[in-house]
Design a protein around this ligand. Structure first.
Ligand code: HEC
Ligand code: HEC
Ligand code: HEC
Ligand code: HEC
Ligand code: HEC
Length: 399
């Protein structure tokens, strides 16, 4: 699609500048345009009579090469990867350096160091990294990426990767696994609030982890349950950049339409049964996931008040997101103007809140792995239904 427009862009000035050109020169301009020789060239170099002395490749416009790059740069520049004002890149401004473990995903420089693409030994950088970096061109346009054959997920799983996927999977894997939660709650009675427990945050934009599903191990998995693995989707939709334009990061919705009737991702549905008890199978699968997540959060809050004995407030805009509301007035308690982090976590509450946060902090989970999302939500609702005395059948959820 891009090819003809590029041809026109520089074939036109070419014609204006050079005037009437022999067929031969047009052919060589095309050659310069798509970097591939045409299958059949009508003339070969020497048998053409040249009216002027011009370079073999035609009257090259030095800007010509930039045409594609300009589009890529403009696209990238308005994407989140280039957003120099974002918290994801400004968080370390006051420290004037990014700590090594964070720099791996929060700066192109740290990323290259982690994978040894800058000549260093692979691994967490030895030194803090300069602030001010973003996800720059060289993060993905780096020949060294092709040498990376697997990426280790927070669960310890090594997942094989190819090409630019190595980049996406490094930074969008989150920072925790279900096993992180398990380690935080072992040997504590399941409904006993314990001040030693604090919220385990799966971090942000964890698409690569949710995409791998049960196989990636990002969620808290309940004993005796099986979890859907990587969402294979359908053949051509096999990697991050099958759906995300790599520079704008937007979804290429026209590709969805080649298989789905609806090109609005949130309205896409294949499932014939209703997962959220609404019976509505016309809505997108996104709506079932969102409804079950709402049900789960409501139950976590009820459990907090009734079983953990301190009501809970969720504030998605403020770390660590879960706050105490001791007096139950619906507003987070504050000390010195700052919200008081929730301190009455029980093992049951932590594992359900973790799964809830994992599912809801990936806004694309309904496309990355709808099955896994629905399973984690169902199992967590079921986990709370016991102590809350809720009859699972009455909710009408499906797993
Ligand atoms: C595995 C990769 C990875 C690592 C390691 C990592 N982050 Fe992140 N972090 C991300 C990604 C991806 C986002 C972007 C989320 C978004 O805004 O879409 C993010 C977002 C953030 C944000 C912005 C959250 C917001 O509300 O906008 C903060 C703050 C942050 N990270 C802090 C840290 C700190 C501190 C460390 C080191 C202790 C760290 N991160 C390590 C991947 C990582
Ligand atoms: C997050 C990863 C990523 C970043 C960052 C990135 N690119 Fe790309 N770029 C890609 C991928 C993936 C392709 C597609 C390659 C393919 O089709 O084989 C691509 C393709 C291109 C192309 C070929 C034409 C096109 O648009 O498909 C150009 C030119 C390009 N990038 C330039 C840049 C420049 C310049 C920057 C920085 C301003 C940049 N890219 C940043 C991943 C990235
Ligand atoms: C070096 C780490 C890194 C790499 C590599 C990387 N990302 Fe990101 N990505 C981030 C961070 C950090 C953010 C959040 C930036 C912000 O908040 O502005 C982000 C944001 C995003 C977003 C969110 C856009 C939005 O509007 O909020 C998408 C989608 C995304 N990345 C997809 C990808 C894909 C696809 C790839 C691979 C082609 C990729 N990323 C490679 C770190 C990375
Ligand atoms: C089947 C298509 C598809 C595939 C494959 C896919 N995504 Fe997505 N992704 C989506 C959709 C749809 C959304 C939600 C879009 C939105 O909210 O704008 C999304 C959202 C995201 C977001 C959050 C954007 C935001 O607005 O905060 C990130 C980050 C992301 N994807 C990264 C990835 C990465 C990394 C991969 C590969 C591991 C990947 N995606 C694979 C379709 C896909
Ligand atoms: C090549 C065909 C194909 C393309 C292209 C495609 N999909 Fe799909 N999609 C499928 C198939 C098949 C399923 C069912 C897969 C399964 O459940 O195992 C599916 C399932 C889904 C689901 C889950 C629906 C449900 O009810 O479980 C969502 C959401 C989705 N696709 C979104 C997208 C988006 C967004 C795009 C475009 C960025 C896209 N798909 C492109 C074939 C495709």
């Amino acid at each position: 699609m891009r090819f003809p427009s590029i041809l026109v862009t520089f074939a036109l000035p070419f014609m204006v500048l050079a005037g009437l050109m022999a067929l031969q020169e047009q052919a060589s301009a095309q050659t310069a345009g798509d970097a591939q020789p045409p299958a059949e060239t009508p003339f070969t170099g020497d048998d053409v009579i040249r009216p002027y002395v011009i370079p073999e490749s035609g009257p090259f416009n030095p800007e010509e090469i930039e045409i594609e790059n300009n589009a890529a740069i403009a696209d990238w520049f308005r994407s989140a990867h280039a957003d120099t004002a974002a918290e994801a890149f400004r968080h370390w401004d006051a420290d004037e350096e990014i700590s090594p473990a964070c720099a791996v995903c929060h700066s192109g420089e740290g990323f290259r160091s982690f994978h040894g693409l800058d000549g260093s030994d692979p691994g967490i950088p030895d030194e803090p990294v300069n602030v001010g970096g973003v996800v720059d061109c060289e993060t993905c346009h780096n020949t060294g990426l092709s040498r990376i054959s697997e990426i280790v997920m927070p669960s310890g799983l090594s997942h094989p990767v190819e090409g630019v996927e190595a980049a996406c999977m490094t930074c969008h894997q989150g920072r925790t696994a279900g096993t992180t939660v398990e380690a935080a709650i072992t040997n504590i009675p399941v409904d006993l609030p314990d001040p030693e427990i604090s919220f385990v945050n799966p971090h942000y934009a964890t698409a690569a982890a949710t995409w791998l599903g049960g196989y990636g191990g990002a969620g808290y998995h309940y004993d005796g349950k099986t979890y859907s693995g990587r969402f294979f989707h359908a053949r051509p939709v096999s990697t991050c950049v099958s759906c995300h334009q790599p520079h704008t990061l937007e979804i290429a919705t026209d590709t969805c339409r080649s298989c789905h009737e609806n090109g609005t991702p949130t309205e896409i549905r294949i499932a014939r049964q209703s997962y959220d008890g609404s019976g509505d199978t016309a809505q997108g699968i996104h709506a079932d996931i969102a409804a079950n997540a709402d049900t789960l959060l409501e139950m976590i809050q009820r459990y907090a008040a009734d079983v953990a004995t301190v009501p809970l407030i969720y504030d998605g805009g403020s770390y660590p997101y879960f706050f105490a509301d001791e007096n139950g007035d619906g507003v987070a308690d504050t000390v010195d103007g700052r919200g008081v982090a929730y301190g009455n976590w029980t093992p049951r509450m932590l594992r359900t809140a973790y799964n809830w946060k994992l599912v809801t902090s990936d806004p694309g989970i309904y496309a990355h792995n709808p099955h896994y999302a629905l399973e984690l939500l169902y199992d967590s609702v079921e986990d709370l239904s016991g102590p809350l005395g809720v009859d699972m059948d009455s909710l009408g959820l499906l797993r």
